[in-house]
Design a protein around this ligand. Structure first.
Ligand SMILES: [Fe+2]
Length: 302
């Protein structure tokens, strides 16, 4: 600052990067303290620090503006390129980690992703969720318990996954039957559940938009390792929304949306061939933590 403004004293502005940073803080100083003002100050300060570090040219600034403009053009009711951008930058995952940190021993929460459907009818334990029979059979067994190891009877287990081609039912509604590879089960008195499915394949995030092009220029993979999504709801417990990943998938170490955690990697065990057909089995332990005071049953949902 050149001293001609009546702003706050220099020592009141931590780590001011530039005259613009100080002036922005001075303009905000007259506003009532709020979360918005706090976020604006932190965001603008970080942006100015970035500019000071990178020293972009005018041409580079124009390219950046063009990029974010194009991201906006790819965002509508059917496709959300902004969410995709947040996902591949690790922003969605970081926010999820901060908002749904679980105590040691509890299964970690992850984002639900875009393919969840809430309207899947409940089916009896043991049913198959493969409604077209395509793919290598997979038998899933699991147990839902609280942090103290107590089995949770009557918990609702929702499951959804991609097919053997890496595609969800709602991505190709004309090709896959309604509710294919989606299920809703209720745990038995021992907190157990089991159902039949097919082995899912991993998939790529959309590569045809500005986010995909940016990641290609950076050499960053858009692959997601094969996984099955779960959501477990039980009275008195925080709802758990998570994925279980195939630890043998070659992309396990480079999930495009940062969802893989050691506790979420599982073995899709190969079983003896059945009439020449490959079969697999997956066994899971899912641990919920008790609902904390002042939090609703929706805690942990996205
Ligand atoms: Fe998924």
């Amino acid at each position: 600052m050149d001293g001609q403004h009546d702003g706050p004293r220099r020592e009141e502005i931590p780590a001011a990067i530039s005259a613009q940073t100080e002036e922005f803080a001075r303009r905000l100083a007259t506003a009532d303290p709020s979360r918005l003002a706090e976020a604006a100050l932190a965001t603008v300060g970080s942006l100015h620090a970035l500019i000071a570090a990178l020293r972009p040219t005018g041409e580079e600034f124009r390219i950046a503006i063009d990029f974010i403009t194009e991201v906006g053009h790819y965002a509508d009711s059917r496709r959300q390129e902004w969410v995709l951008l947040a996902d591949v930058l690790g922003v969605s995952s970081l926010i999820e980690d901060q908002n749904s940190a679980r105590p040691r021993g509890a299964t970690p929460n992850t984002v639900a992703g875009p393919f969840y459907r809430a309207d899947v009818p409940e089916t009896a334990l043991g049913a198959s969720i493969s409604r077209d029979g395509k793919g290598e059979p997979l038998a899933v067994t699991g147990r839902v318990a609280g942090l103290d190891g107590q089995p949770l009877a009557g918990a609702i287990v929702e499951v959804w996954q991609a097919n053997a081609e890496g595609l969800y039912e709602n991505q190709e509604p004309d090709l896959q039957p309604e509710f294919n590879l989606r299920g809703r089960f209720r745990t038995d008195p021992q907190g157990r559940f089991h159902f039949l499915s097919v082995k899912p394949k991993g998939y790529m995030l959309p590569a045809d938009g500005p986010v995909g092009r940016l990641m290609a220029m950076l050499g960053i993979s858009l692959e997601r390792p094969a996984h099955i999504h779960f959501r477990i709801t039980a009275n008195g417990f925080e709802t758990l929304t998570t994925h279980v990943f195939d630890r043998s998938d070659p992309a396990i170490g480079r999930d495009a949306i940062f969802g893989v955690k050691p506790e979420l990697m599982a073995e899709f065990r190969a079983l003896p061939l059945n009439g020449g057909r490959r079969r697999h089995a997956l066994d899971l332990n899912l641990v919920l933590c008790p609902e904390r005071q002042g939090e609703s049953a929706h805690a942990g949902r996205k």
